[in-house]
Design a binder for this molecule. Structure first.
Ligand SMILES: NC(=O)c1ccc[n+]([C@@H]2O[C@H](COP(=O)([O-])OP(=O)(O)OC[C@H]3O[C@@H](n4cnc5c(N)ncnc54)[C@H](O)[C@@H]3O)[C@@H](O)[C@H]2O)c1
Length: 247
């Protein structure tokens, strides 16, 4: 089932730790990658390291109209996106009582709305091509209610999980798969800067494998789910939490 076809991928949040690792992995797999983040300039190192393979794009995924315009330009210049990785996300550690309506909307607008807007934009072409891959970066918080993460964050990622199921069901007959990854505690600034030293030490004692996850480990799973051998996997959300949560 392996095929070495070079595809056009789009990775959101590509200036972040996991997004960059995913973009680099997809390039290593032979694909061209549209690296999308709020500011295209933040991808200059990535684009410089991988000349001709990275197309840096600045866009706010929570702005449906602006995103549609950016996507129309990309369609004209690069062609249809065949692999979409909805990775961009914003964190909030506030629990319900501390979460203002504005914060709730901000978290939803990026983590859930943005993934929906982009999926909607790419799906027509994927269905026509009868091949496509969408991978949504969810979170362990889907299942735990958020151990350290807040209410809006966990709810937004829960919504992204359900969006994964819905899109998987409606696109399966067209050769499109839609899956999610639910990481818990990847070694990124979200973990190193947002948690206190006490929280970090407590988590390390609780995670059965005794360490945090590497961004490159998530990137390898994206690569597999986006690849030719994963065509029978759809509507799956793969846990990556070192055994912290087993179900
Ligand atoms: N780090 C973890 O432990 C962990 C665990 C579970 C899930 N996740 C999820 O993984 C993803 C990547 O996390 P990370 O740790 O690399 O975070 P990060 O903060 O390093 O990267 C997120 C990127 O998303 C971009 N972004 C934010 N809002 C955007 C918008 N409106 N439009 C376009 N881009 C936008 C940011 O600029 C940033 O570059 C996120 O969705 C996060 O929720 C992370």
């Amino acid at each position: 089932m392996s095929d070495t076809k070079s595809r056009l991928a789009l990775v959101t949040g590509a200036a972040g730790t996991m997004g960059e690792a995913i973009a680099r992995q997809l390039v290593a797999d032979g694909h061209r990658v549209i690296a999308l983040d709020l500011d295209a300039g933040r991808m200059s190192r990535l684009a410089g390291d991988l000349p001709g393979r990275i197309i840096p794009v600045g866009a706010d995924i929570s702005d449906a109209e602006a995103l549609a315009e950016v996507y129309a330009g990309l369609l004209a210049s690069e062609g249809p996106v065949e692999i979409l990785v909805n990775n961009a996300g914003v964190l909030s550690n506030n629990k319900a009582v501390q979460t203002t309506p504005e914060e709730w909307r901000r978290i939803m607008s990026v983590n859930l709305d943005g993934a929906f807007y982009l999926s909607r934009l790419v799906l027509d072409d994927m269905r026509q091509a009868r091949w496509g891959r969408i991978v949504n970066i969810c979170s362990l918080g889907i299942k735990t209610g958020g151990l350290t993460a807040g209410t809006a964050y966990a709810a937004s990622k829960g919504g992204l999980g359900v969006l994964t199921f819905s899109l998987a069901r409606e696109t399966a007959p067209f050769g499109v798969t839609v899956n999610g990854i639910a990481p818990g505690y990847v070694l990124t600034p979200m973990v190193t800067e947002q948690l206190t030293e006490d929280q970090r030490q407590k988590l390390l004692r609780e995670i059965p494998v005794g360490r945090f996850c590497g961004a490159d480990e998530v990137a390898h799973l994206v690569s597999y789910l986006a690849g030719p051998n994963a065509g029978f996997i759809t509507g799956e959300i793969v846990d990556m939490n070192g055994g912290l949560h087993m179900d």
